[in-house]
Design a binder for this molecule. Structure first.
Ligand code: G6P
Length: 367
């Protein structure tokens, strides 16, 4: 197994570092000039253009990718999207018609609840598109259509490269749908395609934050509780960052929509409580700065992640991590990487079995 880790101490660390390649491979063959092409898609352009709503169904990290997918599809293709965890969806009598597209997202393609949600959706007459990493898996075989994430085998229980590859497929799909529906200008599409193509190299650059994130992780390794806050897409990434940390470091953490702090969580902020603030979205920067000021006033120690706004943030937060500039819609890909490294190093600092956290399995094939 040591050989398979190619010199990395853990599979998780290796897989974090494989993300530039996973993103590149997932984009490969799917862009022609400024257009997205899906050579294997069976759903016809006419069927897809007629879709009236989309349900995204998944578990765990794949569910968190779905939250970003909702934003991308709604923003670019203007189709309403609901995202739900599969264990809820399958039992709640969802409202589906033949004009509903169900997208199930799964790294393994074997998660019991996700598979059951797929079958239930088909039984009710909906078409199911799978976004899957494992070729030949149950979801890949049973879905009406599949778009693969080409992340390669993921061994560590905590998912990393599968998540970023899922985001890439969702962005591509949103662009594809937008073109069919005529909801995006040529120039906007060209801008996003160029931004997508820059992601592998930018992700490589973000991996250069490893030592910085190790330092931050070591500084929180004995904390009893942490908060991740953000708005919009940053809230989606906050949820994934919090899950990563909980899964492998066993430190309690919560992700909060920053605007909701005042409705409860602010009561938990006291001297020295670490808060990871995501502020990558330029249109929400001012709002984030005021939320950060609120937690700072109660004694929080704030580590912020941003793309712009250095001047405003630098004087408010304790530590500022700047990400390479991209289209705000794509920021989750770059923002999650430091959070993965943060979780990883927190677990290592606590002497834990990073690749095989207690009580958890890579693939949950029973209910
Ligand atoms: C398990 C894994 C998670 C994963 C989730 C969904 O809980 O530990 O890392 O996100 O299952 O798995 P899937 O294979 O369906 O993406």
């Amino acid at each position: 197994a040591q050989a398979e880790k190619e010199g990395y101490a853990h599979f998780m660390l290796k897989e974090i570092h494989e993300q530039p390649k996973a993103i590149r491979d997932t984009l490969s063959g799917r862009l022609e000039g400024n257009r997205v092409v899906f050579p294997d898609l069976k759903l016809s352009p006419t069927e897809l253009a007629a879709v009236e709503k989309i349900h995204i169904v998944a578990c765990g990290t794949a569910y968190h990718a779905g939250l970003v997918g909702k934003a991308a599809i709604e923003r670019l293709a203007r189709v309403p999207v609901d995202v739900e965890v599969a264990s809820e969806y399958r039992y709640r009598d969802p409202l589906l018609t033949e004009k509903t597209l169900v997208i199930v997202i799964s790294q393994s393609g074997e998660t019991a609840d996700t598979l059951a949600a797929l079958r239930e959706s088909q039984r009710r007459g909906a078409k199911v598109l799978g976004i899957v990493n494992v070729v030949g898996s149950s979801v890949a075989r049973e879905a009406d259509d599949v778009l693969f994430t080409w992340a390669g085998p993921e061994i560590a229980v905590a998912s990393t490269k599968a998540y970023t590859a899922q985001l890439v497929v969702l962005y591509l799909f949103a662009l594809y749908l937008a073109e069919l529906r005529g909801t995006l200008s040529e120039a906007e599409r060209a801008g996003l395609v160029a931004a997508l193509q820059a992601l592998p190299e930018q992700t490589e650059a973000v991996l250069g934050l490893a030592e910085t994130m190790k330092g931050h992780a070591e500084s929180v390794a004995s904390a009893t509780s942490l908060f991740f806050i953000g708005r919009g897409l940053d809230y989606a990434v906050a949820q994934e960052g919090s899950l990563k940390l909980k899964e492998i470091s066993y430190i309690h953490s919560e992700a909060y929509a920053a605007g909701e702090l005042k409705h409860g969580t602010l009561a938990l902020i006291e001297d020295g409580v670490p808060v990871v603030a995501l502020a990558t979205q330029p249109n929400l920067l001012d709002k984030m700065v005021s939320n950060i000021t609120e937690v700072k006033a109660r004694g929080a120690r704030v580590i912020a992640l941003a793309m712009t706004g250095e001047a405003e943030l630098a004087k408010t937060v304790d530590d500022l991590i700047l990400l390479p500039p991209t289209d705000p819609l794509l920021a989750p890909v770059l923002a999650v990487v430091p959070l993965q490294l943060f979780a990883y190093h927190a677990a290592v600092a606590r002497g834990l079995d990073v690749d095989k956290p207690r009580n958890l399995a890579k693939s949950v094939t029973v209910e």
